[in-house]
Write a protein that binds this ligand. Sequence first.
Ligand code: NAD
Ligand code: HSO
Ligand code: ZN
Length: 441
Amino acid sequence: MVQVNFQVLAELDAAGRAALLRRSETDLSMFLEKVGPILEAVRTEGDAALVRFGRELDRAEGLTREGLKVTEAEFDEAFGLVEPEIVEAIRFAIGNIRTFHEEQAPEPMWLKELRPGAFAGDRFTPIRSVALYVPRGKGSFPSVTMMTSVPAVVAKVPQIAIFTPPAPDGRVDAATLVAARLAGVETVYKVGGAQAVAAAAYGTETVVPALKIVGPGSPWVVAAKRLLAGVIDPGLPAGPSESIILADETVHGGLAALDLLIEAEHGPDSSAWLVTHSRQVAEEALAALPGHWAAMTPQRVEFSQAVLCGRAGGIVLTASAEESHAFVNDYAPEHLQILSEKPFEHLGRITEAAEVLMGPHTPITIANFCLGPNAVLPTSRGARTWGPLSVHDFLRRSSVGYVTAPAYPELAEVAKRLAEYEGFSSHANAVGPMRDAYLKR
Ligand SMILES: NC(=O)c1ccc[n+]([C@@H]2O[C@H](COP(=O)([O-])OP(=O)(O)OC[C@H]3O[C@@H](n4cnc5c(N)ncnc54)[C@H](O)[C@@H]3O)[C@@H](O)[C@H]2O)c1
Ligand SMILES: N[C@H](CO)Cc1c[nH]c[nH+]1
Ligand SMILES: [Zn+2]
């Protein structure tokens, strides 16, 4: 008999409310401890460590040094292994994801005339090299391949490499290779987990190091990114999936339960809450769950029950829509779905959510795969300061300034005054008479 976690917010004290905000990433101490030696082994042993961990942790018995990088032949073969309908779906999704990210991409440069003859702006250039992490443990993720590859390609990053764990047969998921090639990425390493982050950071005989790594992963990956943050830019924090379904009285609770199960099925370390002020919706959802579980595969039933019957998921009944909004903002979910016939009435009250999906026709599934916005999103309350993965994650921004001769005297005078106040004589000299002497020559 499964007992879904059902919380009435008004009955909880401060500690009880705080406990609802916990995620599996909240305490990474065990992972941080175990990951350290893996990172050190990759740093000192290179490919040999990647092969050893691939065999031990991914059970890829046949993995060899020569086989760490996917070959052209493996790419070609992948297209024969994937159903044509799946290839078509990948093409469709990439089309939308590309359109969205092209729209998001900034102009290469903007300059504004701030004062007559004085110009300033921003210039965007691609980061030289990035690593894209595509998980493969509790599922295979061609979708993550698309979500990470497309913005990197749109940003014109010259060196892009995907890191993904090998399966026990030593292969990379075929649909991931199809998605990589269709998105425009040709380098794929059969390396996953913490060892992938280390390989991307330090490089090995086979792996060319990168400046930045993006992409979601298990707590092993999250812990490795945290430890190597001084060596490689770890990008936004994207760990185990999490969602809130915010439902009001205009929808049926059975629909809310259906959507609650979307992210709950990722793994036992995921988080998924239905938040509603309607007792009827909450009770309908509770009643509908067994029927929905009957339509799921056994492994996904196990994962989602672990989430919804554990401490990181379930149903939260609030006293009002306002209390629901406040809970959502406090929680700062990765995915938020507003399940209401009038979703825009709620949107204005939501400030902290990495993704907000509006209304009964926008379930998280559609955004996970093919709507267009990026589904690699910050987790573990990262949405309080981070947004979704975007083209900007692959671009470096530099300021550009240009002062013409007529504009110079006014700016030089102000700068000189401030330089003298701060006690910087060279700064002041560079905008004083000594400069004028050179400029007049
Ligand atoms: N935030 C997002 O945008 C987003 C998107 C998709 C998926 N996800 C999340 O990403 C996660 C993917 O996790 P996953 O497990 O499926 O794949 P993963 O590739 O992240 O993790 C599997 C790897 O973990 C390592 N590992 C496993 N057990 C280990 C051990 N005992 N010691 C050391 N290393 C070990 C192995 O190297 C293995 O290759 C899920 O939690 C999913 O919810 C998040
Ligand atoms: N929900 C994930 C992001 O948290 C994305 C995804 C891919 N496949 C299924 N789901
Ligand atoms: Zn998902």
